[in-house]
Ligand binder design. Structure first.
Ligand SMILES: Nc1ncnc2c1ncn2[C@@H]1O[C@H](COP(=O)(O)OP(=O)(O)OP(=O)(O)O)[C@@H](O)[C@H]1O
Ligand SMILES: [Mg+2]
Length: 239
C-alpha cells in the first residue's frame, strides 16, 4: 500500500535555530502514530508541517501525492486539535459545529444541524448541545473541539497534547473519543506524554530528539529499548 503521508527529508529552522533536521517518514492510512520526546525536540513543529501551518525550509510533505505548501493545500483532509480548545466562546456547543459547516462546507442549516447533532452524539455531548464553552468541563470542551474538527470529514487527525490541560479522568474521556476514531480508519498522529494512551492504542511510536527521529517502532519495542536517552525519558514520564 502506498503511504498516505510522505515526509521526505524535511528541515525547519526558526531564527537560525534548526528545529527539524532531516526527518523522513512514511505514514500509511489507518496508522495511529504517537510522537513523544523531550520538550523542544520539534514534535509540535513536525505535526504543524503536516497541515501546512508551518512551511518547511527543505524537503517536502505530500498527502496522497498532494504537496503540502500551506493550510489550503490539504484543507478539509487534515483536522487538528490543540492543547487549548480553540472554540468560539460566543457560540453554543452545537453552533460551534454548525458555523464552520455552513461557512466552509456551504451546508444548508438543516444539513449542518443534523451533522452537528450526530457528531455531538459521537462524542457523547448531546446533553450539552445548548451550552456555551465556558460552562463545559475541559474534557467536554476538548471533545467538542474534536467533533468540530470531524465535521470537516478529515481522513487524517493531528492531536497536539490534547489532554495535557485535563485531569486524568477527563483525559480518559477524551482518549476514549480519540480511540473510537482509530476504529473508523482515520489516520491519527498524536503528540502526547500520556504513556497509557500510547500503550493502549498507538500502532507506532516515534521518539524525536533534537529534531531527529531517534526511535520508530512499536510501544513494546520502546519499553525494552536500551537507548540511554529513551530510558532516561521513559523514567521521567513514568516516574
Ligand atoms: N514560531 C516559532 N518561532 C520561533 N521558534 C519556534 C517557533 N515554534 C517553535 N519554535 C522553537 O522550536 C523548538 C521546537 O519547538 P516545538 O514546539 O516543536 O517543540 P515540542 O517538541 O513540541 O516541545 P513541547 O514538548 O514543549 O511542546 C523550540 O526551541 C521552540 O522554541
Ligand atoms: Mg509541543
Amino acid at each position: 500500500m502506498d503511504p498516505l503521508i510522505k515526509i521526505e527529508r524535511i528541515f525547519k529552522s526558526f531564527s537560525g535555530q534548526m528545529v527539524l533536521r532531516g526527518i523522513s517518514l512514511d505514514i500509511c492510512q489507518g496508522e495511529v502514530l504517537a510522537i513523544i520526546g523531550p520538550s523542544g525536540s520539534g514534535k509540535s513543529t513536525l505535526i504543524r508541517c503536516l497541515n501546512g501551518l508551518e512551511q518547511v525550509d527543505q524537503g517536502q510533505v505530500t498527502i496522497d501525492g498532494t504537496l503540502v505548501e500551506d493550510t489550503s493545500s490539504v484543507a478539509g483532509r487534515v483536522g487538528m486539535v490543540f492543547q487549548q480548545f480553540n472554540l468560539f466562546p460566543h457560540c453554543t456547543a452545537i453552533e460551534n459545529i454548525v458555523q464552520p459547516c455552513r461557512v466552509v462546507k456551504k451546508m444548508t442549516c438543516q444539513e449542518a444541524e443534523e451533522l452537528a447533532f450526530s457528531l455531538l452524539e459521537k462524542v457523547k455531548m448531546t446533553d450539552q448541545a445548548a451550552q456555551y464553552p465556558h460552562s463545559l468541563s475541559g474534557g467536554q470542551q476538548q471533545r467538542l473541539a474534536i467533533a468540530r474538527s470531524l465535521s470537516m470529514s478529515p481522513d487524517i487527525m493531528l492531536f497536539d497534547e490534547p489532554t495535557s490541560s485535563l485531569d486524568p479522568e477527563l483525559a480518559y474521556e477524551v482518549f476514549d473519543t480519540i480511540k473510537a476514531l482509530s476504529k473508523e480508519h482515520i489516520t491519527i498522529i498524536m503528540v502526547t506524554h500520556q504513556m497509557n494512551m500510547v500503550r493502549d492504542f498507538a500502532t507506532r511510536v516515534l521518539f524525536l530528539d533534537k529534531g531527529k527521529v531517534r526511535f520508530d517502532d512499536t510501544f513494546d519495542a520502546l519499553v525494552v529499548s536500551d537507548d540511554v536517552r529513551i530510558r532516561q525519558f521513559l523514567k521521567k514520564v513514568y516516574g
